[in-house]
Design a protein around this ligand. Structure first.
Ligand SMILES: [Zn+2]
Length: 166
């Protein structure tokens, strides 16, 4: 596995992490099922790190033997959960920001202004010149206020390293 290029599978008990990891550009599956074995199989097949609060998963031989990397999340507070992952893996919070659809984990495609005319609200069309589209859900992303708020979030996560030591 290349350092800095982690892929994840996020258990539903730490579901909030999926969106934030995608925001940073990490390929992240959200596991919504109840069958832990299928999550473990997917993680093994696709080289994904498991993020979970389930201690049973940590006891599995594939995990204890080191074949499969899993991180047991300690906090029940989502931002602290994120800090733990960032610190444990030394993640780059600005890995590939806004390269992945936050909803469906697909890589976004660049779109020209002409391509989104009539699709985005007129005031957005007037203000913005760069757009990206998710090939799966066709959601259009642009650098508006929502984007800025997410950017602030990423900057905040970059401060995690110091924070967790307190
Ligand atoms: Zn999408």
């Amino acid at each position: 596995m290349i350092i800095g290029n982690f892929k994840f599978i996020v258990d539903s008990n730490v579901g909030k992490l999926a969106k934030w990891l995608r925001m940073m550009g990490y390929d992240t599956l959200f596991f919504n099922g109840s069958n832990d074995s299928s999550m473990v199989t997917t993680a093994l097949n696709e080289g994904r790190v498991i993020l979970t609060r389930d201690t049973q998963i940590m006891k599995r031989r594939v995990v204890t033997s080191g074949r499969l990397k899993a991180i047991l999340i300690r906090s029940d507070e989502p931002e602290l959960q994120m800090c733990q992952v960032i610190n444990d893996l030394n993640l780059d919070c600005q890995f590939r920001p806004f390269a992945i659809c936050l909803e469906c984990n697909q890589p976004l495609l660049e779109r020209s202004k002409q391509q989104v005319e009539g699709v985005v609200p007129p005031y957005v069309f007037r203000m913005q010149s760069q757009y990206m589209e998710c090939p799966a859900c066709h959601r259009i992303y642009w650098r508006g206020t929502h984007w800025q708020a997410m950017n602030r979030k990423l900057n905040k996560f970059e401060e995690c390293q110091q924070k967790e030591e307190l």
